[in-house]
Ligand binder design. Structure first.
Ligand SMILES: Nc1ncnc2c1ncn2[C@@H]1O[C@H](COP(=O)(O)OP(=O)(O)OP(=O)(O)O)[C@@H](O)[C@H]1O
Ligand SMILES: [Mg+2]
Length: 367
């Protein structure tokens, strides 16, 4: 699959811009703040129906305008698809493929998959478990639309159960029968989420380790471990036993909303013992494993978006990475770099069709 064309209107610092891409490698170059990442974000948006960097669509509207619009032509199995989306301050978001709107916008997710690697990815290592759950939920949602449905259902029931727990506290009385109505659907949905997370992670692990070794050599051993309350064979009893605690805390203390993913380097926590380059390599290997998994499941190569990957990696790892992503195993590639000479130098020996776009203040000045 690849992106043939894109058109942006009032999207961030782009007034009106149309671009046609190489099916292989595309590089966006320009000074800091020129709009390289914004272009990757437009592609991400057209694939995942939201920005990679914030959840507020209004923030993507150019300053002093009241709407934005994005259009794209994707090629999938030699067939063209016209994808368009728009958002305004006064109207609901639209999302269409070949002029047909979705009943639910989320049904678009996974149709034209992308994998984005950004400097912010390493936050997933340093931040709390919520960031890691969000990170993997995004990965799994592109693979399996049912996963997203279970997740939305789970969050909905959890919210209701938690508000009931709050109400008990306020009213100083507990109605266990009312509360029990949430237990069965909550546990049932948690089991579905747990099963999928477990399977996805076990599929991801070997792919991830393989990519890390290709990037960094065999001298470092990395691991990715999934942790959940549901590992406990007796989860139902543990969940029920925590009722007094739940009532006291006014929230549900056991379930998949407390899952975490542990990252290790040479058996030690990556957060504390990984260098910045090792942390960066870890998330890049994770994202490349995500690429492989989407490819396996969807029989379709995602578009790979590489934002500022030169930061923190040494030259050996950069050239290893570029050799990996420029080879036939990967599909279309978009890469940003503030220094065009460096991009040219790295791709010098790669036999692929490369389009280089020079950007200045939200305008393409050369390609
Ligand atoms: N809604 C918006 N309206 C207008 N301009 C915006 C909007 N959102 C972001 N920008 C502008 O976009 C620019 C940043 O663009 P972007 O992040 O794409 O830069 P970049 O080329 O990737 O830079 P760097 O090399 O620093 O990563 C900033 O100047 C910012 O003010
Ligand atoms: Mg940038």
């Amino acid at each position: 699959m690849h992106l043939k064309k894109i058109r942006l209107i009032n999207f961030k610092n782009y007034k009106e811009t149309e671009l046609a891409f190489s099916p292989q490698i595309n590089a966006f170059t320009g000074l800091n703040g020129s709009g390289k990442t914004n272009l990757l974000d437009a592609i991400y948006y057209l694939s995942l129906t939201k920005s990679a960097f914030h959840t507020n669509d209004a923030m993507s509207i150019s300053h002093h305008e009241d709407f934005f619009r994005l259009e794209a032509v994707f090629d999938k199995a030699e067939q063209e698809y016209n994808v368009e989306t728009g958002f305004s301050n006064t109207q609901k978001k639209i999302f269409k493929v070949d002029k047909t709107s979705y009943e639910k916008i989320k049904d678009h997710i996974g149709k034209f998959p992308v994998v984005l690697i950004t400097p912010f990815d390493t936050d997933v290592i340093r931040e709390g478990s919520e960031e890691r759950r969000k990170f993997f939920d995004n990965v799994f949602a592109q693979l399996d639309s049912e996963y997203l449905e279970h997740l939305l259902k789970y969050n909905h029931i959890l919210k209701q159960r938690n508000s009931l727990l709050k109400k008990f506290k306020e009213e100083n009385k507990t109605d266990e029968i009312l509360l029990a109505a949430y237990d069965e659907p909550l546990i049932e949905t948690a089991e579905k989420i747990y099963g999928r997370r477990k399977n996805f992670i076990s599929d991801l692990q070997p792919l991830f380790e393989n990519h890390y070794q290709s990037l960094a050599g065999k001298k470092e051993k990395v691991s990715l471990i999934y942790q959940s309350h549901l590992e406990n064979k007796d989860f139902k009893s543990a969940y029920k036993a925590s009722l007094p605690r739940d009532i006291f805390l006014e929230r549900t203390s056991k379930g998949t909303h407390k899952d975490d993913y542990v990252f290790l380097i040479n058996e030690m926590p990556l957060k504390n013992f990984g260098s910045q380059g090792q942390q960066k390599s870890f998330v890049i290997a994770l994202k490349l494993a995500q690429f492989d998994l989407i490819h396996q499941v969807k029989k379709n190569k995602p578009i790979l978006l590489l934002d500022d990957i030169f930061d923190k990696l040494d030259d050996e790892r950069i050239s290893q990475l570029l050799n990996m992503v420029a080879n036939d195993k990967f599909g279309q590639l978009f890469i940003t770099d503030a220094r065009p000479e460096r991009t040219k130098e790295f791709f010098k020996n790669i036999k692929a069709k490369i389009s280089i776009f020079r950007i200045e203040n939200g305008r393409i000045i050369d390609n």
